[in-house]
Write a protein that binds this ligand. Structure first.
Ligand SMILES: [Zn+2]
Ligand SMILES: [Zn+2]
Length: 225
């Protein structure tokens, strides 16, 4: 078995447990240790590591009309340089299979928060615009949503292709809502995306879902940027 990222051979420790239930590890231990899972106290709303229940980003959101469009965001990993490299190869250089690196940990973290979520919750991935989806061949958020143990439904559409990453923080927050709901849903939703940076994308998506009758929206993201 080779590491999905660096191709190094993965040497598994042989124990009775691994003999009976062979472990499948996507990464070698060097790569695995370079990804940092968020632990310790975090903001209840956005998952940013914070000693306070509500971090300063979230206190600032309270003054904006979109503040309540998601109940909370739960993120799994910190955004460090190694994660940046993986994401850039996964998303921008078309190495779709790299997403499997996150399958187990992403699903397990969903499992951790599952009991605090409404029972019939549905996963809704943040969509790419059509030209970008065509260019990339896959949507990383849809891939992440399929790792979860609940139904995933691609019911949002992104109407513009402006690159969020090229905008400043204020430009992003003031930008028009790029999402439309293709199919209204009356079930609670957990939005899925690769990264929470300012939270604007997720709040925009939450807003259109609530306007179309969705009763509850929260989010699960791979990374807290
Ligand atoms: Zn490796
Ligand atoms: Zn926060």
């Amino acid at each position: 078995m080779k590491c999905l990222y660096c191709q190094q051979l993965i040497v598994l420790e042989l124990t009775w447990k691994t003999l009976i239930l062979p472990e499948r590890k996507p990464l070698c231990s060097t790569c695995e240790e370079s990804l940092i899972i968020i632990k310790g106290s975090r903001c209840f709303i956005c998952s940013r590591p914070s000693e306070r229940n509500k971090c300063k980003d979230c206190l600032w959101w309270e003054h904006l009309p979109e503040r309540d469009t998601i109940q909370f965001n739960y993120s799994v990993y910190h955004y460090n340089n190694f994660m940046k490299e993986i994401i850039s190869r996964w998303k921008y250089r078309g190495d779709g299979a790299l997403g499997y690196i996150f399958q187990h940990v992403f699903a397990a973290n969903f499992g951790k928060i599952r009991s605090s979520l409404p029972k019939n919750i549905v996963a809704v991935p943040i969509p790419l615009s059509e030209p970008r989806q065509l260019e990339r061949g896959f949507n990383q958020a849809a891939m992440l949503a399929k790792f979860l143990s609940v139904r995933s439904m691609e019911i949002l559409e992104r109407s513009t292709s402006e690159k969020q990453s090229k905008k400043t923080r204020n430009e992003r927050i003031q930008s028009v809502n790029p999402f439309i709901v293709e199919k209204a849903i009356n079930k609670p939703v957990i939005l899925v995306d690769d990264i929470y940076t300012t939270g604007t994308t997720l709040r925009h998506a939450g807003k259109v879902l609530l306007e179309q009758g969705c009763p509850f929206v929260c989010a699960l993201t791979l990374i807290r940027g």
